[in-house]
Design a protein around this ligand. Structure first.
Ligand code: SF4
Length: 392
C-alpha cells in the first residue's frame, strides 16, 4: 500500500484549514486495476486519514457488494486532498492546483485499467477542463485523456449525491452506474463469454485486433454513424465478424462536449484507416446489410469503397420477397433468442429518428454492444443465405 499527498502543501487556499482538518492522502494498492476518486474528503475521512470511509464510502461498499468488487483490491483518491469547509465553494483554482496529486496517483498504478471519477468536480479534474460540464453527459460513457492512453475513464454520480435528499431514483442511477461500469470493466478483459463480442477500448487491444483483422479473408462488416445522410454522417464505430457468435467492435469517433472528435490519437486513427484500406483492396469476401451506404461512408472516411460481394438484404428478399426485409425481422425469424436486441437503443433514440444525429448521443459502450450483434447476425445470415441460395 502507498499514499500520495504532501501534508505541507500550500498550493491552494484550502491549506488554511489544515490545522483543524489534516490532509487525506490518496490510498494506492499497487496491484489495483481500478481507481475510484471523488471530489474531497469528508469529516470521517479526515478523522481516519483514509478516503471514502464515511457515509459515501459505505454507499460505495454497498455498490461493490452488488457487483462483486473487493474493496481491498481497489485504490481510492480525491480531486482535492484537503477538506472543503461547508461555507466554501470548490473553485477551478483549487482543482487545478491539486490535479498533480491525481496524475501522480494514476501514474503510480502500473496495472490500472479503469478510473472511475465520481461527480462533476472529479471529471473536471482529470479532463483539466473547468467549463460547465454535466455529469449526465459522462455518466457511464467511457472517455480517455491524452496523458493515459491505455486507461479508460468511466464516471458515475458521487455517492454523496444519493445521500442528500435521498430517493430511490438516485440510488438506482448510482447502483446501475456501477453495474454498467463493471460490465465495461469486464469487457476490457476482451471477451464477452456468451457471445465472444469484443469491444476494443484500449490501445493494446486495438493494436492486437488490427493485426488479426488484417488476416481475414471472409467477413461481415457494419458501420454505426451519426446520420443516414452520407454527406453529413460521421463514422462512430466499426463492427466486423468472421465467425458465428463472434464480433469485434472498434470505436472510431465520439461526441465530446457537443463535438464529434476522434476516439483515438492521430497515430491510432491512421493505423485503423491503413488496416481497412489494405483489407478492402485485398481479394476478400465481404458481406453487409446496408452496403451502398456503408461503402459511401468508407469512401468518405478511408478514401476507398468497400468491395462487397454479398448483400444480406438483397439475398433475404431474393429468397422470400413476401417477408419483411430488415435486420430486426430477420433476427426474430432466424435467431429469436436475440429478438429485440436493438431495444437497447430505445433509451437514447426515438424509433425512426436515426437520421437526425441521435446515434452520436448513444453511449459508446451501448453502441459497441449494439453494432456487435448487428454484424454478428449479418455474418450468420450470410452463411445461412449462401446455403439456401445454393439450393435454388
Ligand atoms: S487541496 Fe490539494 S492543492 Fe490544495 S492545499 Fe490541499 S493538497 Fe494542496
Amino acid at each position: 500500500m502507498a499514499r500520495i499527498g504532501n501534508e505541507n502543501c500550500i498550493d491552494c487556499s484550502l491549506y488554511q484549514y489544515r490545522e483543524e482538518y489534516p490532509i487525506v492522502k490518496n490510498l494506492l494498492i499497487e496491484s489495483s486495476e481500478i481507481l475510484i476518486y471523488g471530489m474531497c474528503p469528508g469529516k470521517d475521512e479526515v478523522k481516519q486519514g483514509i478516503p471514502f470511509v464515511g457515509a459515501s464510502g459505505q454507499k460505495l461498499n454497498t455498490a461493490f457488494l452488488k457487483i462483486g468488487w473487493n474493496r481491498e483490491y481497489l485504490s481510492f483518491a480525491n480531486a482535492l486532498l484537503c477538506f472543503l469547509p461547508k461555507n466554501i465553494n470548490v473553485t477551478k483554482e483549487m482543482i487545478k492546483a491539486c490535479r498533480y496529486n491525481l496524475i501522480k496517483t494514476i501514474r503510480s498504478l502500473p496495472n490500472l485499467k479503469m478510473v472511475v471519477p465520481l461527480g462533476e468536480a472529479a471529471i473536471k479534474s482529470v479532463l483539466n477542463k473547468y467549463t460547465n460540464l454535466k455529469i449526465r453527459d459522462y455518466y457511464c460513457n467511457p472517455f480517455k485523456i491524452d496523458e493515459f492512453k491505455d486507461i479508460l475513464f468511466v464516471a458515475n454520480y458521487h455517492p454523496a449525491y444519493t445521500l442528500y435528499n435521498p430517493s430511490l431514483e438516485k440510488d438506482k442511477l448510482f447502483f446501475d452506474g456501477f453495474k454498467k461500469i463493471d460490465e465495461i470493466f469486464q469487457s476490457l478483459k476482451i471477451v464477452n463469454k456468451k457471445l465472444n463480442h469484443i469491444k476494443v477500448l484500449n490501445e493494446e487491444t486495438l493494436t492486437k485486433i488490427l493485426v488479426l483483422i488484417s488476416k481475414q479473408k471472409q467477413f461481415a462488416i457494419d458501420f454505426e454513424t451519426t446520420s443516414l445522410i452520407t454527406w453529413r454522417a460521421d463514422l462512430l464505430s466499426i463492427h466486423i465478424s468472421w465467425e458465428s457468435k463472434t464480433a469485434i467492435s472498434i470505436p472510431y469517433k465520439n461526441k465530446v462536449n457537443g463535438r464529434i472528435v476522434p476516439f483515438w490519437n492521430d497515430f491510432l486513427m491512421n493505423e485503423i484507416k491503413k488496416t481497412f484500406i489494405n483489407l478492402f483492396s485485398d481479394d476478400v469476401i465481404i458481406s453487409g446489410q446496408n452496403i451502398k451506404y456503408d461503402s459511401l461512408i468508407s469512401r468518405k472516411e478511408f478514401g476507398v469503397p468497400i468491395p462487397y460481394k454479398f448483400d444480406v438484404m438483397l439475398s433475404a428478399f431474393t429468397l422470400d420477397s413476401s417477408r419483411k426485409v430488415n435486420l430486426d425481422a430477420l433476427t426474430t425469424q432466424y435467431f429469436p433468442e436475440h429478438s429485440g436486441y436493438s431495444n437497447i437503443l430505445d433509451k437514447y433514440i426515438t424509433k425512426g429518428k436515426k437520421e437526425d444525429g441521435a446515434f452520436a448521443d448513444v453511449p459508446m459502450d451501448v453502441l459497441l454492444e449494439y453494432g456487435a450483434l448487428d454484424v454478428d447476425i449479418e455474418f450468420r445470415l450470410t452463411n445461412l443465405f449462401v446455403k439456401e441460395l445454393n439450393r435454388l
